[in-house]
Design a protein around this ligand. Structure first.
Ligand code: SF4
Length: 548
């Protein structure tokens, strides 16, 4: 590039919109000092060594062009650090689980970090916490976390396949999808505490605006409950007394209303963000949790759909692992290639959303890589996703376990004992009775026929005057194919291929833990993509070692 110049440490300088932008070009050859460090990286944290040897491959010119484009697009070129170097820091952070502050320290204290980042023996950190946070936000804004994941997935593909195989795979890949629960980072609170917490945040902001102590704001705004360390301490009631308990929400609601009205009266000209969003939070909690009564309000008995459960993290939700096990937060979804060990795409959805909603963003990200899904292995929960119909519609295959056909009680006929003819749209019971069926509906056999049937005791526990009923799935034809798969040895082997995604999720879990690192779905998606990128790099490292 005309006008480029190279500094002594091998960084090439580019001119972007009038700002000097460093391109990261650290040396490829190992120095003697680095060779000593490399010797110690065989067993403990070996990815440091792999990243040092292959950083020029990972951050090739094409990828660095994309990273630098983040600055060109926004026109904000005041970042003095090479984007590729900061991207490497982001990866190292994910690899060792370091906070921003720790990453800065590691860069000046840890020889492995210094070797990978090409900053041996520096006294001043090569980046600041603020630069790191700004870079992460920039990556999220420009979807570069997705690009990083794609880059690592393509390295895995290159490491496994010949060029010819790669080209044939580029048309259609075999993919497995699954998810795991992720506990949210925000505190889950009941209605009283949600309202109290939101009100406390308002007082904090108002106190800053007016430059008056929070206690004074509480007194003047008539919300003395907040003078206590917690709302429940402030209420000071006997929680075993149902009448006192019922009045608690009245007191909280009365004082929160008093605060809102006081702020509106006294700060009406400054009720913008963040105050506006705090007011909206209070409105949302009232709408979801409270119901108006003659006395004022009471807490709803039923849980509102899409109920907000935390003030700190507005997007986390109640979810279920099973009927009896609940969790609060998100679901992390990943899509794994079955012909090479790479995670291709990630998605994060609030915990209350059905699994199938995770499939669409995964499919979209796979498509972005120029790939299509030729064979999709999914958990039963994803079967109703439009992605499944789309794969089938484009001539692909879908592999999933069928829904069970267990009898209501051991000894009774199960659905498997009935003959379903999808073409004729009929169902025939073991006694030969025939009924019409419609996909997605429950068929009821003639009560008269069932009443006098010799098989009745083996067939149904329905009350007298009622007949046997059988549910026909919306995708009954597909379920029939899934059941056929389970009947053969080859079919069962195909079903077992999904274990690859379960293993990948187990590694994600071991690396990230059970609790979210960030607040909000998008930031947690960034974290998941980073983890997936690290796992892909570890896969490439494994492949290189096997090939050596
Ligand atoms: S009870 Fe009804 S559905 Fe069951 S076998 Fe007899 S006739 Fe058929």
């Amino acid at each position: 590039m005309k006008g480029d110049r190279q500094d002594p440490r091998g960084m090439i300088w580019y001119v972007l919109r009038g700002t000097m932008m460093e391109r990261w070009k650290p040396p490829v050859e190992l120095t003697k000092q680095e060779q000593m460090v490399m010797k110690r990286l065989n067993r403990v944290r070996p990815l440091f060594g792999f990243l040092r040897l292959n950083r020029h491959v990972l951050f090739d010119d094409a990828f660095q062009d994309q990273l630098e484009a983040m600055y060109r697009q926004s026109g904000a070129g005041d970042e003095p650090h090479p984007p590729a170097m900061l991207c490497m820091v982001v990866l190292l952070q994910g690899y060792v689980g370091a906070s921003d502050a720790e990453a800065v320290e590691f860069a000046i204290m840890d020889r492995r970090w210094q070797m990978v980042l090409d900053c041996h023996g520096v006294d001043d950190p090569p980046f600041s916490q603020g630069a790191l946070q700004a870079f992460r936000e920039r990556m999220v804004k420009h979807e570069m976390d997705r690009v990083l994941l794609e880059r690592t997935a393509s390295l895995v593909q290159d490491g496994v396949l010949t060029k010819g195989e790669g080209q044939s795979l580029s048309k259609a890949v075999r993919v497995a999808i699954d998810s795991r629960p992720l506990a949210g980072a925000g505190r889950v609170e009941d209605t009283l505490n949600l309202l109290g917490h939101a009100a406390r945040n308002i007082v904090r902001v108002v106190s800053k605006i007016l430059q008056r102590p929070a206690e004074e704001i509480c007194r003047r705004a008539g919300i003395r409950l907040l003078l206590a360390p917690s709302i429940k301490t402030g209420l000071d009631i006997d929680w075993n007394d149902s009448r006192q308990k019922a009045t608690a929400i009245q007191i909280v609601e009365h004082q929160v209303t008093s605060l809102v009205q006081w702020v509106e009266r006294n700060l009406d000209d400054v009720i913008e963000a963040p105050l506006r969003s705090l007011f909206d939070t209070i409105t949302a909690i009232r709408e979801q949790d409270l119901i108006a009564t003659k006395e004022g309000v009471r807490i709803r008995e039923e849980v509102a759909k899409d109920r907000r459960i935390s003030i700190e993290d507005a997007e986390m939700r109640h979810g279920r692992k099973s009927r009896s096990k609940r969790f609060d937060g998100y679901k992390e979804h990943i899509a794994v290639a079955l012909d090479f060990p790479a995670i291709l795409a990630c998605a994060v959805t609030p915990a209350n959303r059905p699994e199938e909603e995770g499939a669409a963003p995964l499919a979209k990200d796979i498509q972005q890589q120029g790939l299509s899904i030729g064979e999709l292995h999914v958990d039963r929960a994803y079967v109703t996703s439009p992605v499944v119909s789309s794969v089938l519609g484009s001539g692909g295959h879908v592999v999933a376990k069928p829904w069970g056909q267990r009898a209501a009680k051991p000894g009774l006929y199960s659905k498997a004992d009935f003959k379903i003819d999808l073409r004729a749209k009929t169902i025939t019971c073991p006694a030969g009775q025939v009924e019409r069926i419609e996909p997605g509906e429950t068929v009821h056999f003639d009560p008269e026929a069932c009443g006098g049937c010799l098989h009745r005791t083996n067939c149904t526990q329905a009350a007298a005057g009622k007949g046997r009923s059988v549910s026909v799935a919306e995708d009954e034809a597909q379920q029939k194919k899934f059941r056929a798969l389970q009947q053969t040895r080859a079919g069962r082997a195909t079903l077992r291929e999904r274990v690859a995604v379960e293993h990948a999720l187990a590694h994600v879990s071991a690396r990230k833990g059970k609790t979210a690192r960030y607040v909000g779905a998008r930031k947690n998606l960034f974290d998941l993509r980073r983890t997936a990128a690290i796992q892909n790099l570890e896969a490439v490292h494994r492949l290189y070692r096997e090939a050596a």
